[in-house]
Design a protein around this ligand. Structure first.
Ligand code: NDP
Length: 292
């Protein structure tokens, strides 16, 4: 599996398994564990969760049941808006406890909250110093938020996880992050899961340009979009429950998109978000509770 080396030397598999709303939003039962175990048996080793997904326990059970050596896995979680600031250390410990892990591979600030960023980041730096987490990163950070963190961060963020798909390519932000040696991870790469309520007919997986490329390469539309990310040195974390999707999304090694094909996908950009906007997300986020 292809990996990227983060700016602190830690290797991250470029393909990860998204876990938001497996089943339902904040579902945390054996169905979620079994879905993740299917992913592990197919070969996924990188899993993306968050305290607010309410499924860290299910992921923890999958990790325990799979019995894989811990160092083969790459586990990401995130600190939610209501946990930022002086709550951060306790929130991290609760995530570890739910996951039944001794350390995380990557811990992210889920959404920017400029008034809290310094306190949150300094708590995360302390956790990094204590070797409870191997890499620190950001999610949904705008250029201004990255500039802010650069004024005080002792430990540089290794990555920024942002909404990114063919209809929302965020080219300026991606270039800015990559120029500053932060890896970019694409969330909702296929146009979002059921949590968003977006109908399939509006998602890039049915776009005629993508479908034509899929036919040309003898692949699925999903594989084309994931490969478009991988070839541009991005991390990508599709979520899938159907075994076909889980399998398909893992088979990305034996075809290559040409430069022209990559550009054709880039040019589908419509600056169209399926998820929340970091300029306004906090108003809704602060109403969302992290389950125990
Ligand atoms: P995705 O863009 O990954 O899309 C998931 C949907 O696509 C599901 O309905 C799935 O179906 C379907 N699907 C999966 N594979 C294929 C395929 N090959 N062809 C066609 N359809 C396919 O959605 P998410 O919104 O879940 O994003 C992925 C991950 O990103 C999340 O799970 C989460 O980990 C992360 N994320 C992070 C956010 C942040 O703020 N940092 C915000 C949102 C997401 P099915 O499940 O039925 O197989």
């Amino acid at each position: 599996m292809a990996t990227l080396t983060l700016n602190n030397g830690v290797e991250i598999p470029q393909l990860g398994f998204g876990t938001a709303a497996i089943g339902e939003w904040q579902q945390d039962d054996s169905y979620v564990t079994d879905t993740i175990l299917k992913g592990m048996s197919i070969g996924y080793r990188h899993f993306d969760t968050a305290s607010v997904y309410g499924n860290e326990r299910a992921l923890g059970r999958a990790i325990r049941d799979a019995g894989l050596p811990r160092q083969e896995l790459f586990i990401t979680s995130k600190v939610w808006d209501t946990e930022q600031g002086r709550e951060t250390t306790a929130a991290f410990e609760r995530s570890l406890e739910r996951l039944q892990l001794a350390y995380l591979d990557l811990y992210l600030i889920h959404w920017p909250l400029p008034a809290y960023t310094r306190e949150t980041w300094e708590a995360m730096e302390q956790l990094y110093d204590e070797k409870k987490v191997r890499a620190l990163g950001l999610s949904n950070f705008r250029k201004s938020d990255i500039e802010q963190i650069a004024t005080f961060a002792r430990i540089r963020p290794t990555c920024n996880q942002i909404e990114l798909h063919p209809y929302f390519t965020q080219k300026d932000l991606v270039d800015y992050c990559q120029f500053h040696k932060m890896a970019v991870a694409s969330w909702s790469p296929l146009g979002s899961g059921s949590w968003s309520g977006v109908p399939t007919s509006e998602k890039p997986v049915v776009d005629p340009v993508i479908v034509a490329l899929a036919e040309k390469h003898g692949r699925t539309a999903g594989q084309i979009i994931l490969k478009w990310n991988i070839q541009q040195h991005r991390i990508v974390i599709p979520k899938a429950e159907s075994l076909d999707h889980i399998r398909n999304n893992f088979l990305l090694d034996d075809f290559t998109l040409s430069e022209e094909e990559i550009q054709a996908i880039d040019s589908l950009n419509r600056n169209h978000r399926f998820g929340a906007d970091p300029d306004t997300a906090h108003e809704e986020n602060k109403k969302v509770r992290v389950p125990d």
